[in-house]
Design a protein around this ligand. Structure first.
Ligand code: 2HG
Ligand code: ZN
Length: 504
């Protein structure tokens, strides 16, 4: 048994492991390459061509293949068709046609998701939003603009810069991840400690619900307490309630003066303690990331990077401080006050800063060179973070002696990415063990990647029956025919019509 104290936050809604049904060996959603998608009625295809244009109804299996597998290679399916509408009106028409025909749609942006929520694992049609790629109505004074769903996060950042502002979201997959996808998952990333996750950047959205109804709330008022926040509801709904077609995004002030520091520690607890200390004493702290010696060694081995220090250290923090004035004096003063930091590498030049960031950002890619990993993205309360990190490799070994556990993440948010290699893709025993362990410590089974199909079985670990029932009722109201991303986030069941809302 582990002697880690229980966190108090989720005390009321913890479920003993014995209450869970046994973990599925294979939910039928992993590596469904053999499964072919159903052929669609030619008359339906004709209608869809009328809506989006002949060239945007894609049926060529070779072209469709890239839409049917996720980035990590773990979730692989087959699409019945790929539809590429060019604007919100076409999206609404596609949803209407498919709803009437009973054809399920999987909305897809940059396909950078990691939980199988954006790929057609059961022969669904893919609704690609990538052609919705405009940024409009730039308000330089108010610091906001409207971005369509298919704009990449990198392009939002560039447009924000051009307007004299910045965007509060940054993530490793910035070049591919899209506005729509980041809203669907309420993506977090590298600057959550300063600006919050994607939901905090939204001033409104335009979306098509599963009912076919379009809502558009793009006025951009910062304060607008006029009933339910539908944008906030759609954010994190993983494409199960509506298809976001555009969003009004709030921008943040530019902070061009930057210092990046990589710090080495003899223990995880020293690193975690420092993380919370830096958060408290550096108001301009922008990012605070954590990685461990094994992960750094793998990154260096796979990328050819030279390690930051001659000696190895058990744990590392990467801190970025960003301000409109030179933050260096403040950074030096704070770092000098922490006696247990064993090594420091500091950079101010953009190229050298980027080099330091690579030690952290290359983790995902480095782990993937070992085969498709099991990815578990959990958050812990601050008080349980170090204990979780130290204990979780042992917890994994108990059920999978041959497995290797790779840990890295966003220290200030208590968000750890647990990547496990050396386990068969369809053996979910380790997934269950790690998620139960995180829940036991008062954590969440998904910090920023979502539930998708990968974690649906364990939603009840951190959400109560009443919460799941409320979610199913919302799904029934906004997508009564179950046309949008069925089997994602909430279990597949009888069609979720209003009179048959299941408790999950
Ligand atoms: C990150 O923080 C991403 O780098 C990916 O959220 C995490 O690969 C992962 O598990
Ligand atoms: Zn992350």
């Amino acid at each position: 048994m582990h002697s880690v104290p229980y966190g108090g936050r989720n005390e009321k809604r913890r479920y003993p492991t014995g209450m869970l049904p046994p973990p599925p060996r294979n939910n039928g959603w992993i590596d469904a390459t053999e499964a072919s998608a159903p052929a669609l009625d030619p008359r339906l295809l004709e209608k869809l061509r009328d809506v989006v244009g002949v060239e945007h109804v894609i049926g060529d299996p070779d072209v469709m293949a890239s839409y049917a597998v996720d980035w990590s290679g773990r979730f692989r399916g087959a699409a019945s068709v790929v539809l590429r509408p060019g604007n919100g009106l076409e999206v609404a028409a596609v949803v209407d046609v498919c709803r009437e025909a009973g054809v399920a749609l999987v909305p897809q942006g940059g396909n950078t998701g990691l939980v199988g929520g954006g790929v057609p694992l059961h022969g669904e049609a893919v609704l690609s939003l990538r052609r919705l790629s405009r940024i409009t109505d730039v308000d330089q004074v108010g610091g906001q603009f409207t971005a369509e769903a298919g704009v990449s996060v990198a392009d939002v950042q560039t447009a924000a810069h051009a307007a004299g502002w910045d965007y509060g979201i940054d993530l490793g997959s910035r070049d591919s991840a899209t506005v729509g996808g980041t809203i669907a998952t309420n993506a977090g990333g590298l600057q959550v400690l300063r600006y919050g996750a994607t939901r905090a950047q939204l001033l409104g959205v335009e979306a098509v619900f599963g009912t076919g109804a379009t809502v558009s709330h793009l006025g951009g008022l910062t304060k607008d307490n006029t009933g339910y926040d539908l944008g906030g509801l759609l954010c994190g709904s993983e494409g199960t309630l509506g298809v976001v077609t555009a969003a009004r995004l709030r921008l943040v002030p530019q902070t061009p003066e930057r210092v990046v520091a990589v710090l080495g520690f003899a223990s995880t607890s020293a690193a975690v303690e420092t993380a919370f200390l830096l958060r408290q004493s550096l108001p301009d702290l922008h990012s605070l990331e954590l990685f461990l010696e094994e992960g750094l060694a793998l990154v260096c081995a796979t990328s050819g990077l030279t390690p930051p220090f001659a000696d190895g250290h058990r744990a590392y923090l990467l801190a970025e401080v960003a301000s409109q004035r030179d933050p260096m004096p403040e950074v030096v003063e704070v770092l000098e006050s922490v006696p247990w930091i064993d090594a420091v590498a500091v950079a101010t030049e953009p190229a050298r800063r980027a080099q330091l960031w690579r030690y952290r950002e290359l983790h995902t890619e480095a782990v993937n060179t070992l085969g498709a990993p099991h990815k578990l993205d959990v958050t812990l309360p601050a008080t349980a973070l170090a204990s979780f990190i130290d204990a979780v490799p042992g917890v994994v070994r108990e059920v999978a002696p041959g497995a290797t556990t790779w840990l890295f993440g966003h220290a200030a948010d208590g968000n750890v990415h647990v990547n496990i290699t050396g386990v068969e893709p369809d053996d979910l025993t380790v997934d269950e063990r790690v998620l139960v362990f995180a829940a036991e410590l008062g954590g969440s089974i998904s910090a920023e990647h979502g539930i998708g199909r990968a974690k649906i079985h364990w939603l009840s670990l951190t959400r109560s029956p009443a919460e799941i029932h409320a979610m199913a009722a919302i799904k029934a109201a906004l997508d009564p025919d179950g046309v949008l991303n069925p089997g994602v986030l909430l279990p597949l069941g009888p069609r979720p019509r209003g009179d048959q809302v299941a408790a999950g």
